[in-house]
Design a protein around this ligand. Structure first.
Ligand code: PLP
Ligand code: COI
Length: 342
């Protein structure tokens, strides 16, 4: 099949309509077999719990074309598991993990002409979403649910691409409460970050780096991604916190860092430790590894990348991760699955 006529190497992280999306409903106590729906509109009750009380959660994963033209997806089983966790956190009916994997394969098959070509630097971003759809006006969990999934070809999340970004430590506003739902991929967590994002951008930074909401002492994460640092003594250090999303990218990087001979520490990371950092990155499916140029906290800044130059450890981790994702590096952990497209 011919690929869609798209200028693949100019893509940014924006939405583009593809041929179809999927809709699976949970009604009368069971999930249906789902439907391929043309277009990008969905019909909902005006009283749906997702619209009023935030019963919504989602996932994000990427499909890459390898050099043989095969479609590869990275750690899809982890996304299936995390969506279940998010749904349970928000009192929603979990979407079965095996069904999740089959659904994503189905979506990709239906939209295969939108998979960016190998070497373009772009990928097909998959966005599974779950919504409470019962029309209820009282605050309680929905009876019925919709699992939908769409895809869109994307380029880099930050307009800077692989260029290092500037982070501002945000103390004034919080992203997620310590015993709240920051560990779930709930839409409301992102709405809570929008005003922060606007503020930090207006001050000339690309993203906020949040501290824990209780003590304002330990690093949590940045708006769309986890945070890690490489210390001056060569350790991979990344926050452990109940209010951040368990990033699949970060989990993978910790494994790769260990294999590269680094000591890995996942623990509360005091912002005062920023003086011990040599390199740092924001990591996630969309962000991949976005190198950090500076971290600014109160009246102090640390510089972790000179100009646009990416540090050696971040570069190695980036090359290894993206190499595995697009099939150029051996996948010794069984992280990558091939999607049959016919
Ligand atoms: N943290 C937040 C708030 C995110 O939205 C994401 C993106 O999914 C991540 C971290 C990174 O998670 P992952 O690596 O699984 O994409
Ligand atoms: C992802 O990385 O997949 C995300 O969902 C982050 C989002 C803010 C784009």
């Amino acid at each position: 099949m011919e690929k869609a006529q798209i200028n693949w190497s100019d893509l940014s992280f924006t939405y583009m309509e593809t041929d179809s999306h999927l809709e699976y409903y949970f009604r009368d106590g069971k999930w249906d077999e789902g439907a391929v729906v043309k277009g990008d509109q969905v019909s909902l009750s005006i009283a749906a719990t997702c619209l009023h009380y935030g019963q919504e959660c989602f996932e994000g994963l990427k499909v890459f074309e390898d050099k043989n033209g095969d479609a590869l997806v990275f750690r899809i089983d982890e996304n299936a598991k995390r969506l279940k966790h998010s749904a349970e956190t928000l009192m929603m009916e979990p979407f079965p993990e095996e069904k999740f994997i089959e659904a994503i394969y189905r979506l990709v098959r239906e939209n295969k002409r939108f998979i960016p070509p190998y070497g373009s630097g772009a990928s097909l971003y998959i966005r599974p979403v779950m919504l409470g759809v019962s029309g209820l006006v009282g605050v309680k969990p929905s009876d019925d649910y919709l699992f939908l999934a769409f895809c869109t070809p994307v380029g880099p999340y930050f307009p800077t691409g692989l260029k290092p970004i500037k982070l501002l430590v945000e103390e004034t506003w919080d992203r997620a409460a310590p015993e709240g739902v920051g560990h779930a991929k709930a839409g409301g967590n992102y709405a809570a970050g929008l005003r922060v994002s606007k503020k930090v951008k207006s001050l000339g930074y690309q993203e906020a780096l949040y501290l824990d909401a209780k003590q304002k002492k330990y690093i949590d994460e940045s708006g769309p991604a986890n945070f890690f640092a490489i210390t001056k003594d060569g350790k991979y250090v990344t926050p452990k916190s109940n209010s951040i999303l368990a990033s699949i990218t970060n989990k993978s990087l910790m494994t790769l860092a260990r294999e590269m001979g680094m000591e890995v520490e996942q623990r509360p990371v005091d912002i005062a430790e920023m003086d011990t950092f040599k390199e740092a990155g924001c990591c996630g499916t969309a962000a991949v590894i976005t190198p950090v140029k500076t971290i600014t906290y109160k009246d102090k800044s640390v510089t972790l990348a000179e100009g646009d130059e990416v540090g050696p450890v971040v570069t190695s981790l980036y090359n290894k991760l993206t190499g595995i994702q697009c099939g150029d590096e051996e996948d010794t952990h069984g992280w990558v699955r091939k999607i049959e497209l016919d």
